[in-house]
Design a protein. Structure first.
Length: 211
């Protein structure tokens, strides 16, 4: 709103998205390697324990409680061939539980494990007219567990491993702080606070037919 109280265009400082992309990856042991035992890791870089070695008594394995534990961007630098483009090295760290089953249908054991997927993205990050700085990045992701299998090494049973499949949906954006002219309808007005309704009063108004 301008000085005369009229609505119109206003100059605001906000984050402007210069480029973005969405990816849909079906990840396997070819992308992530075999499952590794989960362990505490430093905040600066992903790490994991040793390779999970399934028991010889196990005939199958299931994966559950999959989550994205961390997303790292260890490297961000200008692309050497494209002006104003930036290369991002992105690491997704997945954590999940593996449950091993015997021939009798009983659980042998369940362990916490993890996998890491490393990828590279190139996006336009624009250019700061005042400072030679890198753009900010925003990454959103969701993972779904697809399958887990025991791989038996035909030459050495000590090298048996677990291979998982994970569906990864990700969105990556490069943005910078910028001054933009936007159409405005005025300031946001907060609504009046309404105290919580008494649970008994709410229950009395609840329709029996709605059960």
């Amino acid at each position: 709103m301008g000085a005369n109280g009229e609505y119109g265009n206003e100059c605001v400082i906000t984050h402007k998205v210069y480029d973005s992309c969405r990816k849909q990856d079906c990840l396997t042991h070819k992308n992530m390697g075999p499952s590794r035992a989960a362990e505490c890791c430093a905040e600066s870089e992903p790490s994991g324990g040793g390779i999970v070695r399934p028991s010889q008594k196990a005939i199958s394995v299931t994966i559950s409680e999959l989550k994205i534990k961390n997303i790292y961007v260890p490297k961000k630098h200008p692309n050497p061939f494209k002006k104003d483009f930036w290369d991002l090295s992105v690491s997704f760290v997945f954590e999940y539980f593996l449950t091993f089953w015997g021939a009798d249908g009983c659980i042998i054991n369940s362990i916490e494990a993890n996998s890491v997927f490393n990828t590279k993205i190139t996006l336009c990050g624009g250019k700061d007219p005042f400072n030679d700085t890198a753009p900010y990045f925003w990454i959103g992701a969701k993972a779904i567990d697809i399958d887990a299998k025991i791989y038996r090494n035909p030459k050495d049973e000590c090298k048996d491993e677990v291979r998982v499949k994970i569906a990864l949906f990700s969105e990556i954006k490069l943005l910078r702080q910028a001054s933009l002219i936007l159409s405005s309808k005025g300031f946001c007005e907060p609504k009046d606070y309404e105290p919580d309704i008494d649970p008994c009063e709410y229950f009395k108004k609840f329709s029996f037919a709605g059960l």
